[in-house]
Design a protein around this ligand. Structure first.
Ligand SMILES: [Zn+2]
Ligand SMILES: [Zn+2]
Length: 351
């Protein structure tokens, strides 16, 4: 198969796979032509694959994604290790040879440590657990808006009245303050107390991958320059004619000669696009004082209102409601200093 077809196929399957995974709950992807294609492909895969394999995949995915376990954390660490191994084995030796005066070590080490530091803060400290002891403080933080949150919502598992903006996480098995979502990569909830660390974790992955992309690109440029690859020629296999090298042939040659380095050059920007857009989405949520959980809830309410044939103006009002918005600066402060408000309440009651 032609190299270009394989390459485009790889990029397309990565992009489509990512969209299907990240937007798996989206109405657009589950209805109409897209939904039909998705369902048909799913049925074809299921009918072709052995039943034992499907059962094993289902059980494994359920065990990994719906229970508290460190599997995805280990996977992330292995991916970071793989990326750095390629960097050390395939990229750094060339950088040291072709650019001996440059510092190629300090930044990757700083970025890697920063990433693990923010990952640790996203994974382990309390995201905002609500217990019967601290529930009264969380109760006074927000008022029920009557649409997204109703007063006296009771959690049967924790046996407490759930404060507005909190949710019971079925994976962590606890009610969590200002719940955003449960992240399988950190094996922890993203919520009131750790959303800031989660955003910094995402950004640190992007910066680490950005630096890796730059180092890989620089390495390949140095190889091309030092080996004078742009001055070479190639023989057309069909006509046997000799032509000056083109960019397409050069990329193909680099893929054959330096497959690991080329893999990094395309894989790292893909990670930046995925996690960078997730970080941008979270920054948008912070600035408007919303959570992912609230966005989903709002979406469901709007869909239900449309089915009930409610007035379009009312639907529009619901769609644009931001009941907890306090203005840009206060919204940001709420995420950067999540305990400030709680501490104030605590000290007030102590007096
Ligand atoms: Zn609960
Ligand atoms: Zn959770």
């Amino acid at each position: 198969m032609d190299f270009l077809v394989l390459f485009i196929g790889y990029i397309m399957s990565f992009v489509i796979g990512s969209i299907l995974y990240y937007f798996r709950d989206s109405q657009t992807l589950n209805t109409g032509v897209v939904g039909y294609i998705k369902r048909t492909l799913g049925q074809i895969c299921i009918s072709l694959a052995p039943k034992v394999l499907i059962k094993w995949l289902n059980d494994t995915a359920n065990a990994v994604l719906t229970s508290s376990n460190p599997f995805m954390q280990i996977m992330f660490c292995l991916m970071v290790l793989l990326g750095h191994s390629i960097l050390v084995i395939d990229v750094l030796p060339y950088l040291f040879v072709y650019d001996p005066d440059g510092d190629h070590i300090t930044l990757p080490i700083i970025f890697c440590f920063a990433n693990f530091f923010f990952m640790h803060l996203s994974c382990y400290p309390d995201p905002g657990e609500i217990t019967s002891k601290n529930q009264k403080y969380f109760m006074s933080l927000y008022k029920s808006d009557g649409v997204l949150y109703h007063p006296d919502a009771f959690c049967k598992t924790c046996k407490i009245v759930r404060p507005p903006r909190s949710k019971h996480c079925s994976t962590c098995k606890k009610c969590v303050h200002r719940f955003d979502h449960h992240c399988v990569w950190t094996n922890n909830c993203v919520a009131g107390f750790n959303q800031r660390w989660f955003i910094l974790y995402l950004l640190s992955v992007c910066i680490m991958c950005g630096n890796g992309t730059y180092m890989t690109y620089k390495c390949l440029c140095l190889i091309v320059r030092s080996k004078k690859l742009m001055d070479t020629q190639y023989i057309d296999p069909n006509t046997r004619e000799v032509h000056p090298i083109t960019l397409y042939i050069l990329i193909q040659h680099l893929f054959m000669e330096y497959p690991h380095t080329m893999f990094l050059l395309f894989a790292l920007p893909s990670v930046i696009i995925l996690l960078g857009s997730l970080a941008a989405y979270h920054i948008y949520l912070v600035t408007t004082n919303q959570t992912t959980n609230e966005r989903y809830k709002l979406y469901d309410i709007v869909q239900k209102s449309k089915l009930d044939n409610k007035d379009p103006h009312i639907i529009n009002d619901i769609q644009s409601m931001r009941p907890f918005n306090k203005g840009l600066w206060k919204n940001i402060q709420e995420v950067i200093f999540p305990r400030r408000q709680l501490n104030k309440l605590f000290h007030k009651r102590q007096r």
